[in-house]
Design a protein around this ligand. Structure first.
Ligand SMILES: [Zn+2]
Length: 405
């Protein structure tokens, strides 16, 4: 039995912080949450966390742990041996856990072997929910065509090719992802900021029949659908087909009926502000231009979605821009108008709902998995504390202390 006493508890439900909390864990789960002094069993391993804040382990709903650069050769997997890349990915996974992230949903490029490696204890890392590869039609963001027109497909059976055209092929490729170990299906119905010139944020991909087939096949096989969609017709096609989350959603602000549809259906919005901050400084002019054009709309989209009751959750879209502290997204969410407690909930309780893991993780409540992070100071006074490695004093996953600083 482990016991954390004296800290301020932010439980991840959105409730106000509770001072002088005592949290006990046993066999990997939270056994009790109480306040004030009390008696505890003689066998308890007591940790005094006075002056610190205890939060649920943080969750990133949109990461790319297997990506490390937007450089073309890297994206086409030509720049280094697969083994070097795998070890680089393992390092990113370990580093993410060390910063208090105990669960990550990977939005493409991470093969299911990394989840197995974490589950078997070969490496330390967050719980991984992985999409394996992005599904799109020819010319969409799942198509790794080079600007010279060459189709550069590195044949790796652990990362099946995500291009699918037509209803039959869409169903086949969804099945191929699940066969390769996908926990969630990632698709794309628009271009993005960093996609090739000519396939931008409002340019559609997939027709309504294809998307309905994709969602139907995924749900039939018990997988949620996370859909990259920034704006325009593709955003509408995705939502009307019934996807479970909209990734980015930058131009939602112009679609009040779609915001209402998201609220009604319980679809999540995963804004990923961190990546657009990065793209505004991109060396590629068309990427920079798109990122500047969408930013104000993105912030407005978040505010309107929140006001309509849509669950907005935190995702960084890290990987292409390296693996800086994932909690940068919380700083951006606060700048976009969320309160610090809302931003924390977006990366804990609500994020667990987005991953379909709310029964197990996301809040500090009796019976949940003991995934916690202990931070020196008050992140409600300064949300940036969560990005400071010196402040992340302890990280617990499944009741085991995986970081003690
Ligand atoms: Zn992404």
């Amino acid at each position: 039995m482990k016991l954390l006493r004296g800290g301020t508890l932010i439980d991840g439900t959105g409730a106000a912080p509770v001072r002088d909390a005592t949290i006990t864990t046993r066999d990997g789960r939270i056994e009790s949450v109480t306040t004030g002094a009390g008696a505890w069993p003689a066998d308890a391993e007591v940790v005094d966390v006075s002056g610190m804040t205890v939060l649920p382990g943080l969750i990133d709903c949109h990461d790319h742990l297997g990506s490390h650069s937007y450089d073309l050769a890297h994206r086409l997997r030509l720049d280094e041996p697969a083994s070097t890349r795998a070890l680089r990915t393992a390092r990113a996974i370990e580093g993410t856990l060390a910063m208090g992230y105990t669960a990550v949903r990977d939005a493409g490029g991470l093969d299911a072997g990394f989840r197995v490696a974490v589950d078997e204890g070969l490496i330390r890392g967050p719980r991984l929910v992985t999409a394996v590869s992005i599904i799109s039609p020819l010319g969409g963001i799942g198509d790794s065509m080079s600007p010279s027109g060459h189709e550069c497909v590195v044949l790796d059976p652990s990362l099946p090719h995500g291009v699918a055209n037509g209803v039959e092929e869409v169903r086949r490729v969804v099945r191929a992802m699940i066969r390769a170990g996908a926990d969630v299906i990632k698709c794309a119905t628009t271009g993005g900021a960093s996609s090739r010139a000519g396939h931008g944020p409002k340019d559609p991909a997939f027709d309504p029949d294809e998307m309905r087939a994709l969602v139907d096949e995924s749900h039939t096989l018990g997988r949620r659908v996370m859909c990259h969609a920034l704006g325009g017709r593709g955003l509408r096609v995705a939502l009307e087909a019934g996807v479970d989350s909209i990734e980015h959603g930058c131009y939602l602000d112009g679609e009040p009926d779609l915001i209402a549809l998201m609220a009604e259906r319980g679809a999540f919005l995963v804004p990923t502000l961190t990546v657009y901050e990065y793209h505004r400084r991109s060396p590629r002019p068309h990427v920079r231009e798109r990122a500047h054009a969408l930013y104000a709309h993105h912030v407005e989209s978040i505010q309107r979605a929140m006001a309509a009751g849509v669950r907005v959750v935190a995702g960084t879209d890290a990987g292409g821009h390296g693996h800086p502290p994932n909690a940068a997204e919380l700083e951006h969410l606060v700048a976009a108008g969320l309160t610090p407690i809302q931003a924390i909930r977006a990366a804990t309780g609500l994020a667990a709902e987005c991953l379909g893991l709310a029964q197990e993780i996301g809040t500090i409540e009796k019976g949940k998995r003991a995934d916690l992070v202990v931070v020196a100071g008050d992140p409600l006074a300064d949300i940036r504390l969560l990005q400071d490695a010196r402040r992340i004093r302890r990280v617990m996953k499944d009741g085991e202390m995986v970081r003690e600083a």
